[in-house]
Design a protein around this ligand. Structure first.
Ligand code: GLU
Length: 190
């Protein structure tokens, strides 16, 4: 029962992402992380254990960016380590995920044939590489995300941000809840 949150905001969103995750803490989790796009570049910060560890890291090294995603993880695939903590990312895409990608092993084998190198033991990482693969094929971000979602089996809610897209977030859900909220010039996913 993890928590995911996303904000397309008007100022640096990392503190609000952490605050949002704090409100979802009751769901239980083993690690946490946030990622944001700043000047077109994705950066992220992750930590094992309680949110306070993530918060401490962010105080030492603030994360810039007005569009970002956050996650508290309840590990299903791979241990509760920082390396396996969400968001998962390539230099083009970052993803947070609630749920399980049932067909991840087949997708991983396929992606490894395209020279994708996996860094984690999670099922989630296939989503990152699938979207990246489609971007490299020349698809636009939303098209690449949709093409990736079409391949996924299981129950999931996902939030995705993209390098060079300072105001774009894509969300999808299948079998698990995901809500969208609108503020003044802002958008939220949870
Ligand atoms: N299956 C994913 C993982 O193990 C997501 C788990 C969750 O919903 O927190 O990383």
């Amino acid at each position: 029962m993890c928590g995911i949150i996303g904000i397309v905001g008007k100022d640096d969103v990392a503190p609000r992402l952490v605050e949002g995750l704090r409100r979802l803490e009751y769901r239980g989790y083993d690690s946490a992380g946030v990622a944001a796009v700043h000047d077109g570049v994705i950066d992220r910060c992750r930590a094992e254990g309680k949110l306070v560890h993530l918060d401490d890291k962010l105080k030492k090294t603030p994360l810039r960016g007005q569009t970002g995603i956050g996650h508290t993880r309840w590990a299903t695939h791979g241990g509760p380590t920082e390396r396996n903590a969400h968001p998962h990312a390539t230099d083009r895409v970052a993803v947070v995920h609630n749920g399980i990608i049932e067909n991840y092993a087949a997708l991983k084998a396929e992606l490894e044939q395209h020279q994708c190198r996996f860094e984690t033991e999670t099922d989630t990482e296939v989503v990152v590489h699938l979207i990246t693969h489609h971007l490299k094929q020349g698809m636009k971000p939303v098209e690449a995300a949709n093409a990736a979602f079409d391949r996924l089996e299981g129950a999931y809610a996902l939030a995705v941000i993209f390098a060079n897209e300072n105001n774009l977030m894509v969300g999808v859900r299948q079998g698990t809840p995901l809500t969208v909220g609108y503020g003044e010039g802002e958008m939220y996913l949870a």
